[in-house]
Design a protein around this ligand. Structure first.
Ligand code: URA
Length: 211
């Protein structure tokens, strides 16, 4: 079955944890811990289509053909800086993943994302590539990061975020209809400052304790 363009993970544990994260009273330490826990649960969903093969093993009772992951290790790409908050949980679930980072800033005149850093795993054409950023807001940085990864050969991409705004989902659908998005919530809209509403504020500030 092919993954749909947008999957909202409605699992009760995910939704409960997300509510605590949205609450402005939640501490930096609590926010970080919950983000790690949720990212692990979202990773379970986003990796649903990893390719499988079979291998012969012996249980204590008999020989059997058993399923195992096929192909090269997947690539996990963090969009700096907030994407890093999702990495630990995912790497706990998929410790062999290869890891990359993409840094983008917004040009104050053109308002377009400009890349200031990129270091990604090799052989992206042979790996499932999961791009992570907690907030899919305007979609500009996600689209730019995926443009870059496609230029480097990535073909089998997924995008994982904690919250998505309809505007960002639409922008991704137009630019990269082949990239399924997995999120814990599709919120109402963007506000006038480009924040997701009702959202949870600035994800980077909340996870790193900056303001
Ligand atoms: N980035 C954030 O950290 N929060 C938003 O609401 C939107 C973008």
């Amino acid at each position: 079955m092919t993954q749909q363009h947008l999957t909202v993970v409605n699992h009760p544990l995910v939704q409960h944890k997300l509510t605590i994260m949205r609450n402005k009273q939640t501490s930096t330490a609590g926010f970080r811990r919950l983000l790690r826990e949720i990212s692990l649960l979202l990773a379970y969903e986003v990796t649903r289509e990893l390719e499988m093969t079979e291998t012969t093993i012996e249980t204590p009772l008999c020989e059997m053909q058993a399923p195992t992951l096929e192909g090269k290790k997947l690539a996990l790409i963090s969009i700096l800086r907030a994407g890093n908050g999702l990495m630990d949980g995912i790497l706990e679930l998929i410790p062999g993943a290869r890891v990359g980072f993409i840094g983008l800033y917004r040009d104050p005149e053109t308002l377009k994302p400009v890349q200031y850093y990129s270091k990604v795993p090799n052989a992206l054409d042979a790996r499932m590539t999961i791009v992570v950023d907690p907030m899919l807001a305007t979609g500009n940085s996600s689209v730019a990061a995926i443009d870059l990864l496609k230029q480097q050969g990535a073909k089998n991409l997924r995008f994982l975020c904690l919250l998505a705004a309809p505007e960002g989902v639409q922008r991704m659908k137009e630019a990269h209809p082949d990239v399924p998005i997995v999120t814990a919530s599709l919120d109402e809209r963007l506000d006038d400052h480009g924040y997701i509403w009702p959202g949870l504020g600035d994800a980077g500030d909340r996870m790193f304790g900056t303001k």
